[in-house]
Design a protein around this ligand. Structure first.
Ligand code: GDP
Length: 394
């Protein structure tokens, strides 16, 4: 449905004095916006690190409930989707290796149902083999994108460090990259790009570049959905999420102003708060500041949960977001309380009052959301630094 139609529906619900329906419609709109499906296929030989990559991308430890099973024996024997915990519309599919029993190399893509995937990640813990290349060529033939990921880079670096007297990390990384690229070229892949990744340390090496590359090649609506689900592994990712959220605030504020124009006294604030609760929940989830995400982060980084919580300033993180809580935070924030009172008061003056209510409601929603976004983004940066041990002063 077009955004104009949604606004009409919301207004109609308000005119019929159906406040609950209006809030529901607003929520439906917000949900739809964030439900763009993304399907990422992860394939490669058994033991190459597919399941560990899928888990790391979702911010889940290999031992956690809902983790893709990992281990040294063949663990992936079926095409299995793993949902992102905060964005179930983003699915990572752990595919059986090409050429494993039941998944012959000849019709592998048909067997795994290639149509549903937005792109493929081909993982290898060593050089890329004939089957990897064959698969890449077939994916290309199907007009889909693929990315080569060379996994377990941490382990290569560690081995080199032990065995080489004049060990140099940069040089080793370059050698691994060159070996992979030359190997692929020898097998007929033109100008291959290979991303060096450690699923145990996504913030190091090429994972950030891989994320930027996905983003650059996806259509706009998918780009937004994938960005929100990306793990918060750099300041840059958090900044990008903030900008993406920021760009929508004007729209929510306009929606709120549209609702305020309905001549039903007393309803605007209820709807506004309904919008605020939904949007703030998105911010908290996107920044990984909800309780389960913080718990998972604590588990994987071994930074105690309480220490992460201790550096968070906003009272909206790690709790259930309710209208009462949102109002309480707003009332504690100078300026907004007066604005809210003015908005409801002006509604009783016809025409002029409605116009005033519209602009006040726009300003109110705009300011409130900007305030929430700023404080939560700052918290996300603090948590990120603390989790990675970049800032030990707090
Ligand atoms: P799959 O069979 O392709 O799904 O591979 P798994 O994800 O089960 O990984 C096989 C083994 O490699 C497991 O013991 C993982 O712990 C290990 N592994 C996976 N990724 C990494 C990584 O980035 N670094 C290191 N050091 N080990 C990894």
């Amino acid at each position: 449905m077009e955004s104009g139609q949604w606004t009409e529906d919301i207004k109609k619900a308000l005119e019929n004095n159906d406040q609950a329906l209006a809030v529901k419609r607003v929520q439906e709109y917000l949900d739809k916006e964030n439900n763009t499906p993304i399907n990422i296929a992860v394939t490669g030989e058994s033991g190459s690190g597919k399941s560990t990559f899928v888990n790391a991308f979702r911010g889940i430890n290999n031992e956690d409930e809902g983790a893709a099973p990992t281990g040294c024996v063949e663990t992936t024997t079926e095409v299995t989707p793993y949902l992102h915990p905060n964005y179930p519309n983003v699915k990572l599919w752990d595919l059986p290796g090409i050429g494993t029993p039941n998944f012959s190399a000849d019709n592998y893509l048909e067997l795994v149902g290639f149509e549903r995937f937005d792109f493929f990640i081909i993982i290898s813990a060593t050089r890329f083999r004939e089957n990897d290349v064959k698969l890449a060529q077939e994916i290309q033939g199907m007009k889909k994108k693929f990315y080569f990921v060379r996994s377990k880079i941490d382990s290569d670096l560690r081995n080199e460090e032990i065995s080489q007297r004049d060990f140099n990390a940069e040089r080793t990384l370059q050698q691994i990259r060159d070996n992979c690229i030359q190997g692929l070229q020898r097998q007929g892949v033109e100008s291959p790009q290979v991303f060096l990744v450690s699923s145990f340390h996504l913030h190091l090496y090429d994972f950030t570049l891989l994320g930027d590359t996905f983003e650059g090649e996806l259509p706009a609506h998918k780009k937004h959905a994938l960005l929100l689900a990306m793990p918060n592994i750099s300041q840059d990712v958090i900044d990008k999420k903030k900008k993406a959220f920021q760009s929508k605030i004007k729209y929510y504020a306009t929606l709120s102003a549209g609702v305020a124009a309905a001549p039903v006294p007393g309803l605007s604030a209820a709807v506004d708060v309904g919008v605020l609760v939904s949007v703030v929940t998105q911010y908290v989830n996107g920044f990984g500041l909800d309780k389960p995400s913080l718990q998972r982060l604590a588990d994987s980084t071994h930074v105690p949960y309480d220490e992460l919580i201790a550096i968070i300033v906003s009272p909206l993180a790690a709790v259930k977001i309710t209208p009462g809580l949102v109002l309480k935070v707003l009332l504690g924030c100078a300026g907004t309380a007066a604005l809210m009172a003015a908005e409801e008061g002006s509604r009783f003056i016809p025409i002029l009052g409605i116009l005033a209510a519209m602009s006040l409601s726009f300003t109110f929603t705009y300011r409130a959301l900007s305030y929430f976004l700023d404080t939560l983004a700052e918290d996300a940066q603090r948590v990120f630094k603390k989790a990675l041990g970049l800032d030990t002063s707090v």
